[in-house]
Ligand binder design. Sequence first.
Ligand SMILES: Nc1ncnc2c1ncn2[C@@H]1O[C@H](COP(=O)(O)OP(=O)(O)OP(=O)(O)O)[C@@H](O)[C@H]1O
Ligand SMILES: [Mg+2]
Length: 264
Amino acid sequence: MKKNLIQLNNLSFNRGDKVILENVSLTVKQGSVVAIMGPSGVGKTTILKLITGQLRPDSGNVEVAGKCVSSMNHKNLYKLRRNIGVLLQNGALFTDLDVFENVAVPVREHSNLPEVLVRRLVLLKLQSVGLRGAVELMPSELSGGMARRVALARAAVLDPALMLYDEPLAGLDPIGASTIIRLIRDTNEAMEMTSVVITHSVEDMMQLADYAYIIANKKIVGHGTPDELRQNTDPQITQFLNGEIDGPVPFHYPADELTQDLLG
Ligand SMILES: Nc1ncnc2c1ncn2[C@@H]1O[C@H](COP(=O)(O)OP(=O)(O)OP(=O)(O)O)[C@@H](O)[C@H]1O
Ligand SMILES: [Mg+2]
């Protein structure tokens, strides 16, 4: 039986008076690719930031590799992050650095390797995403799909035990998306990594994940393998899987009556 690499235990998180997540518990088994899905604004990126310790829960906790992230001091968080690769939503490259230097950033930050080894690491990682030939290009010279692959190489350059991907396929054409899906799977397999993929795309989840959690209305409303989810008849899950605009999850962000608002 594989160990849990990540555990969220009864986690709640607020922004001011607004409850974002309420009593969320989930586990990510070592070696798996787990999707966290849900509509926009539901708190997916927030979960990612709670896993890296960038945000702290109001109650409950987050464990990564058996250690409680939520109470870690800065020194230990820094050590932890050395082992987590993050592909940010809109994962921007540094525009004034070329492709090589972009991928080298984590290496330079977390090690004192001599230049010849930095070069080897960076070139090997770029080779694995098919962009070794692009090392001298500037970000402005890359297509969106290429930029995403460079960002992926940068996130994975230190061979972290855990990769977190926030909307890795957003805005890519079908070929670009398939390329990234394959890279995520290959990276996970070759390096015996564990991956968490945040997405609002049902199709991407079905193709990519071993297991998925669906979040709606501050809570986890369902989880399972892609097949299990497909067969689930819970309206909150079918609404999401079928892309129905309104249902148990309301279309409107809470607001006063429109007429009252318009009449001042
Ligand atoms: N820095 C912030 N300050 C205040 N509220 C925030 C902040 N960041 C996010 N929020 C709020 O927290 C909630 C969850 O945001 P989050 O970014 O986690 O959503 P998401 O599920 O990743 O959405 P998307 O799919 O659009 O990326 C939203 O209601 C958002 O308005
Ligand atoms: Mg987000």
